[in-house]
Design a protein around this ligand. Structure first.
Ligand code: NAI
Length: 296
């Protein structure tokens, strides 16, 4: 199956951590990218954050200024869904909520061409359930990137019950063309990575609750002794506690409240306090300028 050719525009909806990263990946592959967010100014801010990240590479001599300028010219913040009509692939990376995603997909079916592939970056919501109220659920597929999307190679291509083989194969080929390492899986709760990662987060949060050690010490142990790139608290601060808590809740409910996936009250507290991690400036750690990370 052929990948989407770079002449065909791609649209990304949701310009948060994931949407901005995915927009960067698609623009790096040569596509024109429409970037849309319901929050005023968020799409432009997403484009600016891409510019800021890549400017560092220019400063280090790893990227030509002209290549960065050309890449940024390909990313177009837009305000209306109707402006996405010409996209061959639309990837939604909005809030992790079944009803909100369903309503967006219904609106997309109204404005997009019949041949447009609709992809969801959901971490945990059933692709089958997301497609269940669509007129053409065969065109919906999971395209699950990891954070930060420009750096992480893995992309889970998730088939819902109704997803057509052709659509899944096209998205697989496109992810490979974009320099990613796609894998195909069916739509089980949390798919593969978020399923195996649940106990990692849950047990770490339990250890913290039992005051086994501080978050900095637990992170250091996992990093140093386990050879993980990040400890669980550093990682959930990066993911965003709102997102991680929503994913745990979604997997917990999908498994009929199996206590193996019980969401943590510690994380719930962080969400309620607005301590969402790096994106809000505070999570387990403080990201304010000049703040010191505690010693393990
Ligand atoms: P985020 O909170 O950083 O960004 C979400 C963006 O979507 C916000 O800018 C918000 O204004 C916008 N938005 C919400 N509802 C919208 C709507 N109806 N229309 C247009 N824009 C809307 O969240 P993040 O982390 O980027 O996650 C987005 C999706 O990606 C979620 O489904 C999440 O589960 C998934 N994901 C998150 C990962 C992570 O590590 N944070 C990793 C992989 C997937």
């Amino acid at each position: 199956m052929q990948p989407l050719v770079p002449d065909i525009p791609v649209a990304v909806i949701g310009a948060g951590a994931m949407g901005s990263g995915i927009a960067q990946v698609a623009a790096q592959a040569g596509h024109q990218v429409f970037l849309l967010d319901q929050r005023e100014g968020a799409a432009e801010a997403g484009r600016q954050s891409i510019a800021k990240q890549l400017q560092r590479r220019v400063d280090k001599g790893k990227l030509e200024q002209s290549a960065l300028d050309a890449l940024l010219d390909r990313i177009m913040p837009v305000n209306e869904l109707s402006e996405l009509a010409g996209a061959g692939l639309v990837i939604e990376a909005i809030v992790e909520d079944l009803d909100i995603k369903r309503s967006l997909l219904a609106n997309l079916e109204e404005v997009c061409n019949a041949s447009t592939i609709l992809a969801t970056n959901t971490s945990s919501i059933s692709v089958t359930a997301l497609g269940a109220r669509m007129k053409h659920p065969e065109r919906l597929v999971g395209m699950h990137f990891f954070n930060p999307a420009p750096l992480m190679a893995l992309v889970e291509v998730i088939k819902g019950l109704a997803t057509s083989d052709e659509v899944a194969q096209r998205v697989y080929a496109t992810a490979a063309q974009w320099g990613k390492k796609p894998v195909t899986a069916t739509s089980t709760p949390g798919f593969i990575v978020n399923r195996v990662a649940r106990p990692f987060y849950a047990e770490s949060l339990r250890l913290l609750q039992e005051q086994a050690a501080s978050s900095a010490t637990l992170d250091a142990i996992v990093r140093e002794a386990g050879n993980f790139r990040m400890g669980p608290f550093e990682l959930t601060d990066l993911i965003g506690h709102d997102v991680n808590y929503a994913v745990t809740s979604s997997v917990f409910n999908a498994y009929y409240q199996d206590t193996r996936f019980l969401p943590s009250l510690v994380q719930k507290d962080l969400v309620e306090a607005g301590r969402l991690g790096r994106k809000s400036g505070q999570g387990f750690y403080n990201y304010a300028e000049g703040a010191q990370k505690p010693e393990p």
